[in-house]
Design a binder for this molecule. Structure first.
Ligand SMILES: NC(=O)N[C@@H](CC(=O)O)C(=O)O
Ligand SMILES: [Zn+2]
Ligand SMILES: [Zn+2]
Length: 349
């Protein structure tokens, strides 16, 4: 039985850090494990310009505890009004690494999102031209589409026309949750990839709905049935360079989730790499974890792979019930439960 796992230091290719005091309380959890993270722009107001991204990046670096190393990779929030000029400016900045699509109304802080992708074609053409990746929250929002079908319908209604019109655009289908999306990405050309979260690899919708409604498993896209989870595990452990780690760690204060209208998002940054190790071990694929966590992401983003390492040890510990969150608190994924792997402190800290 494997008792220690040493991996090239991973990166998180989909992360919500929030801002100010909230950000300061969650940032060390990510920086302990990951060298870099793609930082999502869905703040209030959203990060829509390079200037805002530069300022947000500086706030993140200023909040980093002394002695910790971490590189935030910034993103812009696409709106109906994003110009081709703003895209070229973003690319030239060297600090903006992608542009994010939030279909209006799809998820947390998406009201400023895109109402019709055709309105953004000038920006998308500029992205295709300069090679800036397009990250999509892949769900349609029409009221007539069932919430469990919103990702599959997005493939037909948005992804297929988009890739027909802009075949060279580099696209990451974020936090995929269905067999449909896993198969679509696997069959697409090399410029289409996907991120996978720990919650979608570890749980199906029963975790959220059986024996009482469990708001800490509620995230978007919503957990699906077991056949989908199995397809996602198969994709993540396939060794294909199209699939890589993106936690979608999305902290919300406990009272905003344990609420009659609870927020969407799971907090996993607290033990992200340990959670992925559990999912890969359950699939008997620990040998595939390093490439998924540390190689496929930087290769897709055309960034160098990290050169230092992290070590996990097989060791039982209990996930805390809550962690501090800017004066309030939040409930991490697997709160109070037993964990099988533990990240060892690194010497670089
Ligand atoms: N995943 C979520 O359920 N929530 C994310 C937004 C997102 O990634 O869709 C958040 O910002 O809270
Ligand atoms: Zn999303
Ligand atoms: Zn997200």
């Amino acid at each position: 039985m494997t008792t220690t796992l040493t991996l090239t230091r991973p990166d998180d290719w989909h992360l919500h850090l929030r801002d100010d005091a909230l950000m300061a309380s969650v940032l060390p959890d990510t920086a302990r494990q990951f060298a870099r993270a793609i930082v999502m722009p869905n703040l209030r107001p959203p990060v829509t310009t390079t200037e805002q991204a530069v300022a947000y990046r500086e706030r993140i670096l200023a909040a980093l505890p002394a002695g910790m190393k971490f590189e935030p990779l910034m993103t812009l929030y696409l709106t109906d009004n994003t110009s081709a000029d703003e895209i070229r400016k973003a690319k030239a900045s060297g600090i903006v690494h992608a542009v994010k699509l939030y279909p209006a109304g799809a998820t947390t802080n998406s009201d400023a999102g895109v109402t019709d992708l055709r309105k953004t074609y000038a920006a998308l053409e500029a992205m295709q031209e300069c090679g800036l990746p397009f990250l999509v929250h892949g769900e349609v929002t029409s009221a007539d589409i069932d919430i469990f079908d919103r990702e599959a319908v997005f493939i037909e209604r948005v992804m297929q026309p988009l890739m027909r019109d802009l075949p060279e655009l580099r696209v990451v289908f974020e936090h995929i949750t269905t067999k449909d999306a896993a198969e679509y990405v696997a069959a697409a050309p090399a410029n289409v990839a996907a991120t996978l979260t720990p919650q979608h690899l570890l749980y199906n919708r029963n975790a959220m709905l059986v024996g009482g409604i469990r708001p800490h498993f509620y995230c978007l896209p919503i957990l699906k049935r077991e056949t989908h989870r199995e397809a996602l595990v198969k994709a993540a452990t396939s060794g294909s360079p199209k699939f890589f780690l993106g936690t979608d760690s999305a902290p919300h204060a406990q009272h905003t989730k344990e609420n009659a209208c609870g927020c969407a998002g799971c907090y996993s940054a607290h033990a992200a790499i340990e959670l992925y190790a559990e999912a890969f071990e359950a699939a008997d694929a620990l040998d595939k974890l390093e490439a998924f966590a540390s190689f496929h992401g930087p290769d897709f983003y055309r960034l160098p792979r990290n050169t230092d390492t992290i070590t996990l040890r097989r060791e039982e510990w209990h996930m805390p019930h809550t962690v501090e969150f800017g004066g309030s608190n939040l409930v991490p994924l697997k709160a109070g439960e037993k964990m099988k792997w533990k990240l060892m402190p690194s010497f670089t800290e």
